[in-house]
Design a protein around this ligand. Sequence first.
Ligand SMILES: [Zn+2]
Length: 301
Amino acid sequence: MVGPNAPTGHSVVLVTLDGVRWQELFLGEDPLLVREPKPIFERFWAELAPRGQVYGDPTNGEDVRAATATNASLPAYMSLYAEVAQGCFTNECGRIGVRTLADRLHDELGFAREQVQVIAAWRKLELAVSSRDEVAEVEAGAVNAPGEGHAPERALIAEGYESDRLPVLALREKLPERPRFLHLALWDSDRYGHQGDYARYVNVLRAYDRLLIEISEGLDDQTALVVTTDHGRGIADQWSEHGPQLPASSRVWAFVLPPRAGDFTLEAPRARRFDHHDVRYTIEALFGLGTPGSKGFVASQ
Ligand SMILES: [Zn+2]
């Protein structure tokens, strides 16, 4: 069941940063892991956060969680796309089988395939988008490099990007084309996390910080930016891992920057406990897709 739709004309850019802990977003480098902790998301906090709403700081009594207790990537991406739980508990699930956000954009708002773009560094994310090929253009895992020179790629390598390098180049091609929905899914954070390489993890988070500013500067007045992570990670010496065995890794966070031209009132971060489905509801509300029972982070419009 869905509610009546009232299309807003807005567009949404969704950026997911795989396995980025709340500690690094809200607090910066972890004093349990480095001797002289420094800030990380400096430009985000200075330039973006004041214009939107950030959710998920436990030190402020906020609670945003992965929607399943698996604290794994694919179940979380399925929660971001699907309205109901998928019975997917590991990264070995098959392709999603229920109606998704992408399906609704196609079926209920009439978006053409090229207006719904997913660019993902992690190949398996494509399993979460839709059961149908015709609703979205998905580049996952083997993202094609745009056809110009190599200098930008070297710059991205210097910034710490590895698997995310081609997705970032693809984003720079796609964003000016103004698709109605664009999901950029970055992954190097999780890869360096699993390697236990805190310096590289933090380094790529700083590159993400700059990229979020770049993306926000490329948005028109009708476009919202939503940023989240699929799962957290453990604490202290368990920081590199995540999963059902580490309940701390269920903590996630989200950021919503409404369109400049919009009239969206966002819920207070401590209003209630949120989860990944609220991110999906928020995106639907930004598009004017009716969803009985929740508007995610959007309190009214
Ligand atoms: Zn992940």
